[in-house]
Design a protein around this ligand. Structure first.
Ligand code: MTE
Ligand code: MO
Length: 231
């Protein structure tokens, strides 16, 4: 790790909200965890990974992280689904609601260090959309296109997971605007910057297209359990 990486990690840990204690050697820090976080770190998920990924702190309420909001409401919203697909399709909100719906309770992990446990969402599986537009064999990546040019990218292997959805409801009511209304992507098992808010389009591609944060030094793969935060 080079010197600037060390510094950015130190800044990150300091901002993450936990107690961070330097034990003197440059670049080596010990993060003190409270009992609740220790218990969560010991709890296992069905996939055998710890409930709390390394260096994350559990929070009770979601933190709205900002970003340039979209202007669409559920009346005017349109989702353009395009790229390597047999049937390019544009969906409106009613059409999205007419597809099979799933309720999902999951944890989400922000790269700045907080983890929201048991967040509740409702929406449509990305695989449902893939079947609808008949994605080609050539597809290797999914690019989420959001308001103001924000994009994020995931590989097809992640997109196929049952917990990857287009979410329109949050804790039983419509998704609040700061959290991405009318519809956002939700990719729970990658850092939260993959979950594009104010979604406008989905592009299926053969080649990867790193997104907004991925082009600015954040990890392209973004696996919280491998602590893939930075490039
Ligand atoms: N369109 C858009 N989506 C976005 C972002 C953004 O700036 N614009 N920020 C990302 C980041 S970095 C995080 S941590 C989550 C935050 O979601 P929240 O505001 O609902 O907590 O949204 C992600 N999706
Ligand atoms: Mo984030």
């Amino acid at each position: 790790m080079n010197e600037s990486k060390k510094l950015s990690r130190r800044t990150f840990l300091a901002k993450a909200g936990g107690s961070v204690v330097s034990i003197g050697l440059p670049g080596i820090f010990v993060k003190l965890m409270n009992l609740e976080n220790l218990a969560l770190a010991a709890e296992m998920r069905p996939d055998g990974r710890p409930r709390l990924p390394p260096s994350q702190q559990a929070v009770k309420k979601i933190i709205a992280m900002g970003g340039i909001q979209g202007t669409a409401d559920s009346e005017s919203w349109k989702l353009q689904i395009h790229g390597e697909v047999g049937r390019p399709t544009t969906l409106n909100f009613q059409e999205l609601l007419s597809l099979p719906q799933v309720d999902l309770t999951c944890d989400v992990h922000c790269v700045t260090g907080w983890t929201l446990l048991d967040s509740q969402w409702r929406g449509v599986r990305l695989t449902t959309i893939m079947d609808l537009v008949r994605t080609n064999e050539s597809v290797g990546f999914v690019i989420f296109e959001a308001a103001a040019g924000y994009t994020s990218n995931i590989p097809l292997s992640e997109a196929r997971k049952e917990n990857v959805i287009l979410a329109h409801s949050f804790y039983g009511t419509e998704l609040p605007r700061p959290h991405g209304a009318p519809v956002r992507a939700l990719v729970p098992d990658r850092y939260f910057y993959k979950s594009a808010k104010w979604l406008q389009g989905i592009k299926f591609t053969a080649q990867d297209e790193p997104g907004y944060w991925e082009r600015q030094g954040y990890s392209n793969s973004a696996d919280p359990w491998r602590e893939e935060r930075f490039k």
